[in-house]
Design a protein around this ligand. Structure first.
Ligand code: KG4
Ligand code: ZN
Length: 334
């Protein structure tokens, strides 16, 4: 069974073809970063327009890459939320059109579930129960998955998402947009112990996160240093900030897995591309004897293959989605 996966929830027009929920025949991502860069963030209206221009050529290109014709597609999966409503609508309209034209099943996928299922593509099916740490530009969330498609949210950020914090600090440091990858690269050359930034909610005893205090602390630190005529090494600031973020995330993920009595930890979302998060989580999971499953770098950030994969597994249970389904910007994981 060959599933076409379409993802347009934010600023990437992504189209993929995945066979049997496992084999990626094509996975193309057209990034709009260059359009949003000068605004320092994603402009929803600009994103929607760019999706409209890109979606049909991207579907054609994905078919070429997969060596398929559109009529070889057996089902269509598309992100229906969470995300920017105007951006979601473009992918959904395209997916519905393909489904109607070919008379094939249509399945709406939750973007966050897509990030979880990115793991199935590389590793193969992951056995429940597990605890998943979902960390992206829009979410920072610990989820217990006791059985397939059942999600118990254990905790989440009370303010900024981790990716958002990375992007904001990177912007303040003049590293461009989106700044997460640039900040990660800079941090690799710095000393993570140079500055002791606060570990927000490390001892809160729950599974929630807070990033805005840390963000303020970094900005204050830089302003104060500059006011004194000092120029702290950007590498050290980046490494110390990153360490403060990752430290709390790893500790809480391990604590959540212990609290739920699972043996497997799964990661998902764009920030999982962060080298220090991958490194420290691998280290701690090993110490505590957890099996850790992490998507390969190319499947961490938004892509169509993860949507096709999640859609495939829902279709395999006989689920389909009514074509009247609406785009839901705040769609919860349920
Ligand atoms: O999952 P994703 O592609 O989009 C959302 O669903 O939000 O995640 C994008 C986020 C951005 O904030 C980006 O800066 C961050 O992931 N990111 C990183 C790294 N690569 C991407 N953050 C830290 N380190 C990285 N290497
Ligand atoms: Zn995402």
């Amino acid at each position: 069974m060959r599933v076409l996966g379409i993802e347009t929830s934010c600023d990437e027009t992504a189209v993929a073809a995945v066979e049997d929920g496992r084999w990626v025949r094509a996975n193309l991502v057209s990034s709009q970063t260059h359009l949003h860069e000068r605004f320092g963030g994603v402009v929803p209206e600009v994103a929607s327009r760019a999706h409209v221009e890109a979606i049909n050529p991207m579907i054609d290109l994905a078919m070429q890459e997969a060596d398929m014709r559109i009529r070889d597609v057996d089902a269509v999966a598309v992100t229906v939320g969470p995300g920017l409503v105007g951006a979601l609508l473009v992918g959904m309209a395209a997916a519905k059109a393909v489904a109607v034209a070919l008379g094939i099943p249509f399945i709406g996928v939750n973007h966050l579930e897509g990030h979880i299922y990115a793991n199935w593509l590389d590793h193969g099916p992951v056995d429940e129960p597990f605890v998943c740490f979902l960390v992206s530009g829009g979410h920072t969330m610990l989820v217990h998955v006791p059985e397939p498609f059942r999600y118990e949210v254990l905790g989440q950020t009370l303010d900024d998402a981790a990716g958002e914090a990375f992007d904001k600090i990177a912007r303040f440091m003049g590293l461009g947009f989106p700044g997460g990858p640039a900040l990660d690269a800079l941090a690799r050359k710095g000393n993570p112990a140079a500055i002791r930034f606060p570990r927000a909610m490390a001892d809160s005893g729950d599974f929630d996160f807070s990033l805005s205090g840390l963000k303020t602390a970094v900005v204050r630190y830089l302003k104060a240093a500059r006011g004194r005529g000092e120029d702290p090494r950007p590498e050290d600031v980046a490494a110390s900030f990153q360490e403060a973020v990752v430290d709390v995330q790893v500790a809480k993920t391990i604590a959540a897995a212990e609290a739920k009595g699972v043996r497997t930890i799964v990661l998902g979302g764009g920030v999982v591309a962060n080298s220090r998060l991958r490194e420290l989580m691998t280290e701690r999971a090993k110490e505590h004897d957890f099996e850790l499953i992490i998507p390969p770098m190319s499947l961490c950030t938004d892509n169509g293959a993860m949507i096709a994969c999640a859609g495939h597994h829902r279709l395999a249970r006989g689920e389909t989605t009514d074509l009247a389904v609406a785009a839901t910007p705040g769609l919860a994981l349920a």
